[in-house]
Design a protein around this ligand. Structure first.
Ligand code: MSP
Length: 645
C-alpha cells in the first residue's frame, strides 16, 4: 500500500477569511481524498500558525491575551473547513504542546551541532509577512513581498547558518528538477536568492514574547517561520519521543503552498532539514493566486469587497459547498493566477454543474423511472455505445494521470468530457423516440443502462471533488460507498432501485445573482472613504457631556416602518426596561440583521414620533464619506443596560 503525506501551509489566525484562503486547502483535500480512494494510506495535515509579532500586536490592539485572540479564530477556521467538507487527519496548532516540544528539540539539536550561533541582528522586519530583510533587499524602502512598511530591528539574536547550505541547495535544484514546481519558481529561487548569495537567518527574537522559548536561552523566542515550518514534522511526532507517524510518513510527498511563501519552503525549510540530517520533502508546489482586478484577493480591497462575494460562508450559503469547491478546483489553470468574480463562479455552476452534469443525471433517472422503474438490463453494444463505454472505462486512468501531476482542473475536464459524451449519446440514441416503439424496448433498456453506468462512473470519480453531490448520485443508484475499483463499466445490476434526486445544482439566473450581489453590497463590511472632517462644533464642558445619558441596549425586535424607505422600528431592551426606537438605517441593515445586535442608545432624548411611530431614544451610528451608516457597538461582550461614558 502506498503512503501519501500532503500538507497545506498553516494559516495565520487573521479572521479575514476569503475564498483565496480556501484554494490551497481545498486542492489538498481533493488530492487526499483521491489518494484515499485509490487505497493509499494518507495523512493530510493542516493547521494554524499562531505565534509571532503579528498576533502579539493584534491581540494587544484588541485588549486581550494572544491566546484569547487566537482561540475563537482557530474555531472559525475549523468551521470554515467543515463547511467546505475538508477532511484533514490532523489540525495542528503551533500552540499545541507536542509541537512546542518538537520546536525546542529542533533548536537544541541545531545549537548543539553549531548550526545556530548568537550574534546581533540589525536589519528590517515586515510584521505582516513575519520576514527579515536587509536594506538592499527592500523595494523603495518597503517590504519586497507585500509592499508594506518595515521596521528597523536591532537586537541580540540567534542565527541559523543558512549560508552554509547554499551549495547543497543549488545542487538540490540541479539534481532534482521536480523538487520545486512549477519550473518558473525554481528560476526565481535560484536566480533571486541562491545565486545572489544567502546570508545567515535570524531565528530568534527577544522583543517578541508570544513564541516558543529557546531551551538553551529562554529569554529568546523562536522565529515564527522556523516554528511554523517545523509543523510538518512535529505533527508526526518528530522530536517528541512518539514518532511512529514520523517513521511512517516522512518525507512528505507534497507541501502545497501559495507562491508568496515558496522562499521559506524551498530554501529555509530544506536547509533546516539538511542541518537536522533528515530527508527532504519529495515536492514543494507553489500555486498561483486568486485575483480580483489583477491583485491578490484580500478583504481589504474596498471596491472588490463591495461588488464581489468573497466570504466563504456567504458563498457556500448562496451556492452550496460543492459549487464553491468545483470553482476552486476547475477554474484556475494549475500553477497560474486566476481572476475571481462571483459571475465567473455562477457561470461555472450554470454551465458545468446545472446544465451538463445536473441535466444528465436528472434526464437519465427520469427516463429509467418512467420506462423501467429500476435499472434496466444491459444490452448488446451498438454504434455509439462503444465510444461511450470505452470513454468510461479509460476515465480512471486519465484522471489518475492528471491527479498524479496535481492537475485537478485537467482531471475535472476529463470527467466532464465523459459527461458531455453521455449528453451527446442521448441526442444520438434518442431514447424518447425508442420509448414510443414497443419493439425497441430492449434497445431502450441498453441505452438507459449505458447512461446509468456513465453517470455512476462519473460520480465515483467526482467524489474527491464534489463529495456531497457525488455521494448523493451514487446513493440514488443504490451504490454503496466505493473505491476506485467501482469506476469500471458494467458493475450496476439490472433491477437496482433508482431514487429520483431533487436538482443537484439549480441554475442561478441573472435576477437571482443580481439580488444576491445587491444584498451583499448593502451588508458588506467594507472600509469606506474617510468622512470629510466635519465643521468644528463649539467646545463643551465635561458637565455638558454628562448631560447625555448613553446606555447599551439589545435589539430584541425590529420591523420596517410602513411608508418609509429609511426607517426601522426597533424594540430595544435596556436593562430592566424596553424602549421603542426609530432609526434611519433601513438602507444599511435589514430588520432580521438588527435583531440580537448590541447598540448604544441615547436614552434621555425627548421622545418624538417619526412617521407615526414613537421613538424614545436614538441609536448611535458612525457615518463614512459615502454616507454609509455602521452601528456603534461595545467592542467586548457587556450586559444590556450598561452605561456608556
Ligand atoms: N502562516 C503562513 C504559512 C506558514 S506554513 C509553514 C501563511 N499563512 S496565510 O494564512 O497567509 O496563507 C495560507 C495559505 O493561503 C497560503 O498558501 C496562501 O498562499 C493562501 N492564500 C491566501 N490568499 C490567497 C489567494 N488570494 N489566492 C490563493 N491562495 C492564497 O502564509
Amino acid at each position: 500500500m502506498a503512503k501519501y503525506y500532503i500538507t497545506t501551509p498553516i494559516y495565520y489566525p487573521s479572521g479575514n477569511w476569503h475564498i483565496g484562503h480556501c484554494y490551497t486547502t481545498v486542492i489538498c483535500d481533493c488530492l487526499a481524498r483521491f489518494h484515499k480512494m485509490k487505497g493509499d494510506e494518507v495523512f493530510f495535515l493542516t493547521g494554524t500558525d499562531e505565534h509571532g509579532q503579528k498576533v502579539e500586536k493584534e491581540a494587544k490592539k484588541h485588549g486581550v491575551t494572544p491566546r484569547e485572540f487566537v482561540d475563537p479564530l482557530v474555531a472559525e477556521l475549523k468551521d470554515m473547513w467543515n463547511l467546505l467538507d475538508v477532511r484533514y487527519d490532523r489540525f495542528l496548532r503551533t500552540t499545541d504542546e507536542d509541537h512546542v516540544r518538537c520546536v525546542q528539540t529542533i533548536y537544541q539539536k541545531l545549537f548543539e551541532s553549531g548550526d545556530i550561533y548568537k550574534a546581533e541582528y540589525s536589519g528590517y522586519y515586515c510584521t505582516p509577512c513575519e520576514a527579515f530583510w536587509t536594506e538592499s533587499q527592500l523595494k523603495d524602502g518597503k517590504c519586497p513581498d507585500c509592499g508594506r512598511e518595515v521596521s528597523l530591528q536591532k537586537e541580540e539574536s540567534y542565527f541559523f547558518r543558512l549560508s552554509k547550505y547554499a551549495d547543497r541547495l543549488l545542487k538540490l535544484y540541479e539534481d532534482n528538477p521536480d523538487f520545486l514546481q512549477p519550473k518558473s519558481r525554481v528560476n526565481e529561487m535560484v536566480n533571486n536568492f541562491l545565486k545572489a548569495g544567502l546570508s545567515d537567518l535570524c531565528v530568534s527574537r527577544t522583543t517578541v514574547k508570544w513564541g516558543v522559548p529557546l531551551p538553551f536561552d529562554p529569554k529568546h523566542t523562536a522565529y515564527v517561520w522556523v516554528d511554523a515550518l517545523s509543523n510538518y514534522i512535529s505533527a508526526l511526532g518528530y522530536g517528541t519521543g512518539e514518532d511512529d507517524l514520523f517513521k511512517k510518513f516522512w518525507p512528505a510527498d507534497l507541501h502545497l503552498v501559495g507562491k508568496e511563501i515558496v522562499r521559506f519552503h524551498a530554501i529555509v525549510w530544506p536547509a533546516i532539514l539538511m542541518a537536522l540530517g533528515l530527508p527532504l520533502p519529495k515536492q514543494v508546489y507553489g500555486h498561483g493566486w486568486l485575483l480580483i482586478g489583477g491583485d491578490k484577493l484580500s478583504k481589504s480591497k474596498e471596491e472588490a469587497a463591495k461588488t464581489q462575494i468573497t466570504d466563504p460562508y456567504e458563498l457556500t450559503k448562496a451556492f452550496g459547498t460543492d459549487a464553491v469547491r468545483y470553482f476552486l478546483l476547475r477554474e484556475i489553470p494549475f500553477g497560474s493566477d486566476g481572476e475571481y468574480t462571483t459571475e465567473r463562479l455562477v457561470g461555472r455552476i450554470n454551465a458545468d454543474l446545472a446544465n451538463d452534469l445536473g441535466n444528465l443525471v436528472s434526464r437519465t433517472q427520469a427516463m429509467i423511472l418512467q420506462n423501467f422503474g429500476s435499472v434496466p438490463p444491459r444490452g448488446k453494444e451498438e454504434g455509439p455505445d462503444v465510444g461511450l463505454i470505452s470513454a468510461c472505462n479509460s476515465l480512471f486512468e486519465r484522471v489518475d494521470a492528471d491527479m498524479g501531476a496535481l492537475n485537478a482542473p485537467e482531471a475535472l475536464e476529463e470527467i466532464f468530457s465523459v459527461v458531455a459524451r453521455a449528453n451527446k449519446y442521448i441526442d444520438e440514441t434518442m431514447p424518447w423516440a425508442l420509448a414510443k416503439d414497443p419493439e425497441r424496448r430492449e434497445r431502450l433498456a441498453a441505452v438507459l443502462y449505458n447512461l446509468a453506468e456513465a453517470v455512476r462512473i462519473c460520480a465515483v470519480l467526482l467524489k474527491p471533488f464534489l463529495p456531497k453531490s457525488a455521494e448523493a448520485i451514487l446513493r440514488s443508484f443504490s451504490s454503496e460507498e466505493a473505491g476506485i475499483e467501482a469506476a469500471r463499466f458494467g458493475l450496476l445490476k439490472a433491477g437496482t432501485p433508482v431514487e429520483k434526486l431533487p436538482p443537484l445544482f439549480p441554475r442561478i439566473d441573472k435576477k437571482t445573482l443580481d439580488a444576491l450581489l445587491a444584498a451583499h453590497a448593502k451588508s458588506a463590511p467594507v472600509p469606506q472613504k474617510t468622512a470629510e472632517v466635519p465643521e468644528k462644533k463649539p467646545e463643551i464642558s465635561f458637565d455638558d457631556f454628562t448631560k447625555l445619558e448613553l446606555r447599551v441596549g439589545e435589539v430584541i425586535a425590529c420591523e420596517k416602518v410602513a411608508k418609509s424607505e429609511k426607517l426601522l422600528h426597533e424594540t430595544v431592551k435596556i436593562g430592566a426596561e424596553t424602549r421603542s426606537v426609530v432609526s434611519g438605517i433601513a438602507k444599511f441593515y435589514t430588520p432580521e440583521e438588527m435583531v440580537g445586535k448590541k447598540v448604544v442608545v441615547v436614552t434621555n432624548l425627548k421622545p418624538v414620533k417619526l412617521c407615526g411611530v414613537l421613538s424614545e431614544g436614538m441609536i448611535l451610528c458612525a457615518e463614512d464619506g459615502d454616507g454609509r451608516l455602521s452601528l456603534v457597538s461595545p467592542e467586548r461582550l457587556v450586559a444590556d443596560g450598561a452605561t456608556v461614558r
